[in-house]
Write a protein that binds this ligand. Structure first.
Ligand code: ADP
Ligand code: MG
Length: 315
């Protein structure tokens, strides 16, 4: 069995094609397409650890929970993340199982429900900025702030939303299990939604916190701890651009680590909350001894691996 290991971080949005295709069944079908591309990597000898986003899926669970609040307990945010790890892990596992069968590959996929530790004194806890859940009017927002202690903020003129901290991942709690599974040749699905955020108390006991960890940062940490040669982030664009959506937009085939850091520092190229964290996650991975990284869309995965498209980031 080959020892080449790649982390593939897939966007939560890539499991939802459009507003008309959001059901669990639709997400399963979208997952199949992504699995198809990942299996082609596996056929080429890669062993793969899959990380995935969960923004839209957590939004659905929170909404369902809100609507049912007159009858049933609400679901805490960290439990929503755990729920999406299970459900999306299931969709990916079953698709991979069927693909492995179809191709006669002796491979097995398994999902690890993953806790990711964040620092209790991470400055993000003083500055919650990540919007989650449904839009509210101002009155509802103020009511929830008072009643439930939520932080709320106005979201780009579209209404009020709950905002939660987005602290940095410092440790993958199930890291040893993940390493053992990868070493044993399992395809693993882990750090879903960036992982279930937990903090440790003085004695080291863990507890879940109402926060959201960026899935690109968590996947970068995953790539570092398992010593992945390759870190791929699939998302809504085939390549990364400079001056994205500007008249002087330039699509990039290749970036060096130094260039990536310089463009990040310029602050205008990679939008915060979308491309910015991906580039930063890749910078972190390369600085921690990573091999190379690629950003592309799921259906261009094979071509990007062949060097025909995508944006490649290397030392
Ligand atoms: P994901 O769900 O995969 O994390 P995001 O929406 O968070 O996706 O981030 C990817 C998106 O970032 C792209 O689809 C694109 O619309 C946007 N984007 C922002 N800046 C850039 C850039 N410089 N080059 C390419 N895409 C960019
Ligand atoms: Mg994103």
């Amino acid at each position: 069995m080959s020892s080449k290991v790649a982390v593939v971080a897939i966007g939560g949005n890539s499991l939802i094609k459009d507003k008309m295709h959001q059901s669990v069944r639709d997400q399963y079908i979208a997952a199949r397409e992504t699995c198809d591309h990942i299996v082609s990597m596996i056929k080429d000898g890669w062993n793969v650890a899959i990380g995935h986003g969960n923004g839209p899926q957590v939004g659905f669970i929170l909404r369902r929970s809100e609507l049912a609040a007159h009858e049933l307990h609400e679901v805490p945010l960290e439990a929503c993340v755990a729920d999406t790890q299970g459900a999306l892990g299931y969709a990916l596992q079953q698709n991979l199982y069927n693909e492995f069968r179809e191709w006669g590959l002796n491979k097995h996929a398994v999902t690890v429900v993953t806790q990711v530790e964040v620092a209790a004194d991470d400055p993000a806890f003083q500055n919650p900025v990540k919007p989650i859940g449904s839009f509210m009017d101002k009155e509802q927002a103020m009511h929830r702030r008072q009643k439930r202690g939520w932080n709320v903020a106005e979201d780009a003129g579209r209404g009020w939303r709950r905002v939660v901290p987005s602290p940095l991942p410092i440790r993958i709690v199930e890291g040893e299990a993940i390493k053992a599974l990868i070493r044993a040749g399992f395809v693993i699905i882990t750090v879903g939604g960036g992982g279930i955020p937990v903090t440790a108390d003085e004695s080291g006991n863990l507890k879940g916190v109402a926060a959201v960890i960026d899935k690109d940062y968590a996947s970068s940490l995953l790539a570092t701890i398992i010593g992945a040669e390759l870190f791929i982030i699939t998302t809504g664009v085939e390549k990364v651009a400079l001056n994205y959506r500007q008249p002087n937009e330039t699509w990039l085939d290749h970036l060096t680590l130094a260039q990536a850091k310089q463009y990040l520092a310029e602050g205008i190229h990679f939008a915060q909350g979308s491309m910015g964290p991906k580039i930063q996650a890749i910078v972190n991975y390369l600085e921690q001894g990573g091999g190379e990284a690629i950003i592309t869309s799921p259906n261009n995965l094979e071509r990007a691996l062949a060097g025909e498209t995508g944006t490649r980031i290397t030392l």
